[in-house]
Ligand binder design. Structure first.
Ligand code: FES
Ligand code: FES
Length: 158
């Protein structure tokens, strides 16, 4: 337990919030405080999706999230997505379909798709999952390979 008792969990490890300023964004905590550089920094304004992580299994833009708001919650980044059964399938599908070129957007797509595919309560179709990725931008692939990867993962998880 941290001295203050205030902490969150990142990739199953406790993170002490005592030294984290109130205005620090989760994106900066992950990349610069914890060295988890797989979460990418794009626009920093909620426009590109590159910074998406999972919070309690749901996709969340880390550039628009204050770290201290997540006290007591669990964060998963791309570095640990393969520990998540759904995330492992999504990651594999992206590799198989070649859903990347420069790869800058890929962690955000993988995390966002994983979050959407976790949402079984809404029985999402593959098309709904693809639509749900509308906030994630890629300037390299034309999205076709990304869509195929999502469809492949959806089939495997059906
Ligand atoms: S860096 Fe967060 S949405 Fe672009
Ligand atoms: S693969 Fe380059 S931005 Fe998506």
């Amino acid at each position: 337990m941290s001295p203050t008792g205030r902490r969150l969990t990142v990739n199953d490890a406790p993170v002490d919030l005592a030294g984290v300023p109130a205005e620090e964004r989760l994106l900066d905590t992950l990349r610069w405080r914890l060295g988890l550089r797989g979460t990418k920094e794009g626009c920093r304004s909620g426009e590109c999706g590159a910074c998406t992580v999972l919070v309690e299994g749901r996709g969340r833009l880390s550039c628009l999230t204050l770290t201290r708001e997540l006290e007591g919650l669990s964060v998963t980044t791309i570095e640990a997505v393969d520990r998540d059964p759904v995330g492992a399938v999504v990651q594999e599908a992206f590799a198989e379909e070649g859903g990347l070129q420069c790869g800058y957007c890929t962690p955000g797509f993988v995390m966002a798709a994983t979050g959407l595919l976790h949402d079984r309560t809404r029985a999402r179709s593959a098309a709904e999952v693809v639509r749900g990725l509308g906030g994630n931008l890629c300037r390299c692939t034309g999205y076709l390979s990304i869509r195929r990867a999502v469809e492949r993962a959806h089939r495997r998880l059906a």
